[in-house]
Design a protein around this ligand. Structure first.
Ligand SMILES: Cc1cc2nc3c(=O)[nH]c(=O)nc-3n(C[C@H](O)[C@H](O)[C@H](O)COP(=O)(O)OP(=O)(O)OC[C@H]3O[C@@H](n4cnc5c(N)ncnc54)[C@H](O)[C@@H]3O)c2cc1C
Ligand SMILES: *[C@@H]1O[C@H](CO)[C@@H](O)[C@H](O)[C@H]1NC(C)=O
Ligand SMILES: *[C@@H]1O[C@H](CO)[C@@H](O)[C@H](O)[C@H]1NC(C)=O
Ligand SMILES: *[C@@H]1O[C@H](CO)[C@@H](O)[C@H](O)[C@H]1NC(C)=O
Ligand SMILES: *[C@@H]1O[C@H](CO)[C@@H](O)[C@H](O)[C@H]1NC(C)=O
Ligand SMILES: *[C@@H]1O[C@H](CO)[C@@H](O)[C@H](O)[C@H]1NC(C)=O
Ligand SMILES: *[C@@H]1O[C@H](CO)[C@@H](O)[C@H](O)[C@H]1NC(C)=O
Ligand SMILES: *[C@@H]1O[C@H](CO)[C@@H](O)[C@H](O)[C@H]1NC(C)=O
Ligand SMILES: *[C@@H]1O[C@H](CO)[C@@H](O)[C@H](O)[C@H]1NC(C)=O
Length: 522
């Protein structure tokens, strides 16, 4: 999603939310049975020295607020462990009291699954597990770390880099559902960089998971982390930062939905049919605007030949869009940046800002939003009818009081490191997908309007309805809160669900780690 760091409502968070949610959150109404197990849970946590934050604690409301203010839940308690042993003790307290347990890394789940996705869970917030240790080509990181500080740390320690997504406040552990950044086609998804983990299992035991030890657990956590364990520490591959990051963003406004549809056709055919170097990142940000949506073609090229290589690679696409002869693009940026400036730019900040401020000290935001996603493969490109249905729907005015955008990211294509990993190497199930659409609506005031969900769902349907039988799937990092458990498994893990359920039977047979779309040991 956009990092939204340039929006003025960055701080809507507490001040804005408090007025709407305070009575509701504080009036926690638990049934007798739940109250009993909650009391006993809190006793257990207190006896273990874990200082639980409970509904009667003055910081409870703030501590419970997720990034997505559309989905606010009331945990039975929250804990802030300092060590892996603290995490283990917390899990045991949840398990013996039949209270569901969820980890929170950066709290950026689109469906607020790190605060349970429903009321009454124990939230284990990993903020204090924020150690970072560099050793040779690998970095070992506590799972309370956020992406921005990690980018900055690696750059400051020998101009190293690693494959993460773009927004500084996203947590490293939830990101393991995928983890796509601008250098994803070059190095792969974040989940492909992890070589070993320390994990607290549902029985409280602490284990190492890698290719050789607990290999099934390691397989499942890379793509489907929440159901299988709480990761406390990762070891991650790093790379020397590229010396160039030729960065561009050209914004077009197509006069009619017909021309806009042709532009999307040109873009997807270019992505599917060109011998795109892995050094190239390419994205269209299609954003609500008046009178028509804007089509911003963004990209970066990390090859040593900088702007020359960028031009050689992307010129045919610029030429083809130019030949539509309908929009003169405005360039927001066309510059050979260095690595860390490019990271700052992709985080929606000005690349001239001190990276310490933009990444290390970046402030988070909290807003109400709804999002879904769509992947499609190169052998199932969108038909003219599909892109035309999409552009007509989005040129037809916004029927709900939300701001929206659709990000079209090229994940695959020729030479993509994401696609080079075999489909069954990890739980992540979208290796053969070319293009990802993230469709997102947000509101600058609370609450998110009811018709804002069908409006966004309508954008997705406008693409898929004209292609019955088309091969589509979703991206689990952009998790859709509206899907049932079964729908979610089929959408995100179409060929991996059975194996994931089998692994559940072995590692989490009582579904201690559970949430509305979690796997069950069936
Ligand atoms: C502003 C914004 C920008 C984003 N940009 C990108 C991007 O560029 N690329 C991309 O791929 N994605 C992106 N995302 C999606 C993001 O990767 C996912 O939302 C991710 O799940 C968030 O991770 P988190 O740790 O912050 O979330 P959390 O809400 O803390 O966790 C998400 C899920 O993982 C579980 N979990 C958390 N910690 C652990 C753990 N230690 N062990 C096991 N399970 C755990 C939680 O219980 C929850 O179910 C973005 C999201 C937002 C809101
Ligand atoms: C409360 O929990 C205890 C032990 O966990 C149990 O013996 C008791 O019956 C429970 N009471 C209610 C009202 O559920
Ligand atoms: C973690 O450490 C801090 C600082 O030493 C301390 O205040 C806090 O109580 C500790 N938390 C737990 C759960 O032990
Ligand atoms: C609320 O919690 C956030 C962390 O999630 C913290 O940074 C902030 O200081 C807290 N605000 C208040 C008013 O306690
Ligand atoms: C944190 O990292 C430092 C080295 O950077 C190391 O000495 C220390 O033991 C680590 N602490 C934990 C809790 O892993
Ligand atoms: C795990 O083993 C597979 C198959 O041998 C290999 O392709 C992969 O790179 C290994 N992954 C890690 C993280 O070591
Ligand atoms: C799709 O539309 C383009 C013009 O935008 C046209 O050239 C092409 O032939 C059409 N394809 C099909 C299959 O109709
Ligand atoms: C790259 O392309 C841009 C835009 O077409 C052009 O202005 C610039 O001169 C080109 N630079 C190089 C080094 O080819
Ligand atoms: C455009 O909006 C009108 C009125 O809301 C609606 O009837 C029509 O079906 C919409 N068309 C498309 C293509 O979405």
């Amino acid at each position: 999603m956009f990092c939204l760091s340039f929006f003025s409502f960055v701080a809507l968070g507490i001040a804005g939310a408090a007025s709407v949610v305070s009575d509701d959150v504080l009036g926690v109404d638990l049934s007798l049975r739940e109250r009993n197990s909650t009391t006993s849970l809190i006793d257990c946590l207190t006896r273990a020295g874990l200082n639980p934050v409970t509904p009667s604690n003055p910081t409870y409301q703030n501590d419970s607020l997720p990034v997505n203010l559309r989905l606010i839940y009331k945990p039975a308690a929250l804990v802030y462990p300092n060590t892996t042993d603290d995490v283990s003790a917390s899990v045991k307290c949840g398990a013996v009291n039949d209270v569901k347990v969820n980890a929170r890394s950066g709290g950026h789940s689109y469906a607020s699954f790190s605060t349970g996705g429903e009321d009454g869970h124990l939230v284990i917030s990993l903020d204090n597990l924020n150690n970072i240790t560099l050793s040779g080509d690998y970095v070992t990181i506590g799972t309370g770390n956020k992406l921005g500080p990690l980018y900055y740390f690696l750059w400051e320690n020998g101009q190293r880099a690693a494959a993460f997504g773009t927004c500084p406040q996203v947590g490293v552990a939830g990101h393991l559902h995928g983890g796509f950044g601008y250098h994803g086609r070059k190095w792969g998804l974040f989940l492909d960089q992890v070589v070993e983990m320390e994990v607290v299992k549902a029985d409280g035991s602490i284990v190492i998971a890698n290719n050789h030890t607990n290999a099934d657990l390691f397989w499942a956590l890379r793509g489907a982390p929440p159901s299988f364990g709480i990761i406390t520490r990762f070891t991650v591959l790093t790379h020397p930062a590229p010396t160039h990051a030729a960065t561009f963003a050209f914004t077009y406004t197509w006069s009619t939905p017909e021309v806009a549809s042709s532009a999307f056709q040109i873009f997807q055919h270019f992505a599917a049919e060109t011998d795109l170097p892995s050094d190239l990142a390419l994205q269209v940000r299609y954003t609500e605007a008046t009178p028509v949506p804007t089509f911003s073609l963004n990209g970066a090229y990390y090859g040593n030949d900088g702007i020359t290589g960028l031009n050689r690679t992307v010129q045919p696409l610029w030429d083809a869009l130019g030949a539509l002869n309908d929009s003169v693009p405005t360039a927001t940026i066309f510059e050979d940046l260095n690595w860390i400036q490019n990271v700052v730019y992709e985080a929606d900040s000005d690349p001239t800002i001190d990276p310490k401020v933009a990444l290390q000290e970046a402030q988070g935001f909290q807003i109400p939003f709804y999002s879904n996603s769509l992947f499609y493969p190169a052998d199932n490109l969108l038909t003219n009818a599909s892109t035309l249905s999409f552009t007509r729907y989005t040129y037809n005015g916004t029927s709900a009081d939300v701001n929206w955008y659709v990000l079209w990211d090229v994940f695959g294509g020729k030479n993509s490191a994401i696609a080079a990993v075999p489909q069954d190497a990890t739980a992540y199930n979208a290796r053969d997908m070319l293009m990802n659409l993230q469709i997102l609506g947000y509101s600058t005031t609370l609450p998110y309007p009811d018709d804002g969900i069908p409006f966004i769902t309508g954008i997705l349907k406008s693409v898929t309805d004209p292609m019955p039988g088309g091969r589509f799937m979703g991206y689990p990092n952009y998790v859709d809160s509206q899907l049932s458990r079964e729908e979610a498994h089929a959408w995100y893990y179409p060929t991996h669900t059975a194996k994931l359920q089998r692994i559940m039977r072995e590692v989490n047979p009582k579904a201690v780690f559970d949430y509305p779309q979690g796997f069950l040991p069936t």
